[in-house]
Design a protein around this ligand. Structure first.
Ligand code: NAP
Length: 281
């Protein structure tokens, strides 16, 4: 068995942390990296990449901030070149459904000469509990520029399960898995189900996208991130990804996790309740 570590780019992220934990539980050696690790890996500082990648056999690659940004293709091209040079053999790329930029990055990995998997995901459930929507949920009102578009949100636990299968099972190599949850839902439907389970109301309020971006600008969000948020809410969320995908079943032979189960386990974790506030006090 090849004992050199499996590289996790984005170790502290929603998916990277889960991939790392699962691989370690299975007995694999990992090297989880991000800006705050030693060695560090920073997408904005290519000079950090080679040392972080040296000596690893395979990589789980989650890009920051998003493969939709214009410079992502150049970064992925550069990453793949270094991967070949340091003898890395297999790349599992986390990608987004319905993003043209992401699909150009996928092509670079697919044509890299290395073995590959693409894990192309819908919006994550965990945006509600570990991402930028958490604050609104804690405050009792989620304010976003999304209308009635149906989105089959996916569980980051499912993404991690598929990524780990892709990293460890040679029979799955060189395949693209499109991942979603089993149900396409609107944001207001999500908040209704969440409110019911939490026993307190979390309202969903839709605002015009220009107002949303203006508020983000006022909070000091960099221009690239403002562009990205507009892209995500106007292009990626225009209904192109509404049809559920079947990658979880294809890779794992089991159904994808439903929103209901995600809510149950997240309530149990204490993230949306006083438990979290107490724990961080
Ligand atoms: N959220 C969704 O709904 C969704 C859907 C489809 C696809 N995606 C894709 O998922 C990817 C993100 O994966 P994720 O959600 O698992 O990660 P994540 O939770 O966004 O990852 C956050 C971590 O990334 C690290 N990070 C931030 N900037 C970095 C940089 N410049 N270089 C290196 N590390 C950096 C940070 O750790 P440090 O502070 O330690 O650096 C942070 O803890 C993106 O490419 C996104 O497009 C997301």
């Amino acid at each position: 068995m090849n004992q050199s570590p499996i590289l996790i780019i984005g170790k502290n992220g929603k998916t990277g942390s889960r991939v790392n934990q699962r691989l370690q539980t299975l007995g694999h050696t990992t090297r989880g990296v991000s800006r705050s690790t030693d060695p560090a890996f920073d997408w904005e500082r290519p000079e950090t990449w080679r040392a972080a990648m040296q000596g690893t056999q395979a990589a789980y690659l989650s890009y920051q901030p998003d493969l939709a940004v214009p410079h992502a293709q150049a970064d992925i091209t550069n990453f793949v070149e270094i991967a070949r040079e340091v003898g890395l053999q297999h790349i599992v790329l986390l990608s987004g459904r319905g993003e043209e930029g992401a699909q150009r990055a996928e092509e670079i990995v697919i044509n890299s000469g290395l073995t590959w998997n693409i894990v192309r995901a819908n919006w994550f459930f965990q945006n509600f509990s570990e991402g930028f929507m958490l604050e609104g949920i804690e405050a009792g009102e989620l304010i976003l520029p999304a209308g009635d578009t149906l989105e089959p949100f996916v569980d980051a636990d499912d993404i991690a399960d598929v990524a780990v299968a892709a990293l460890t099972q040679p029979a799955l190599r060189n395949r693209l898995f499109e991942l979603s949850g089993p149900r396409a839902m609107t944001f207001s439907q999500c908040m209704r189900e969440l409110s019911q389970a939490l026993g307190r109301e979390v309202r969903y309020t839709r605002i015009p996208v220009d107002d949303f971006i203006a508020a983000l600008a006022e909070q000091g969000l960099p221009e690239e991130m403002q562009w990205l948020m507009r892209e995500l809410f106007t292009v990626v969320l225009d209904g192109r990804n509404s049809r559920p995908a079947h990658g979880v079943e294809e890779a794992l032979g089991r159904p994808a996790t439903d929103f209901k189960h995600y809510i149950e386990k997240t309530i149990e974790s204490g993230i949306w309740t006083q438990d979290r506030l107490k724990a961080s006090a």
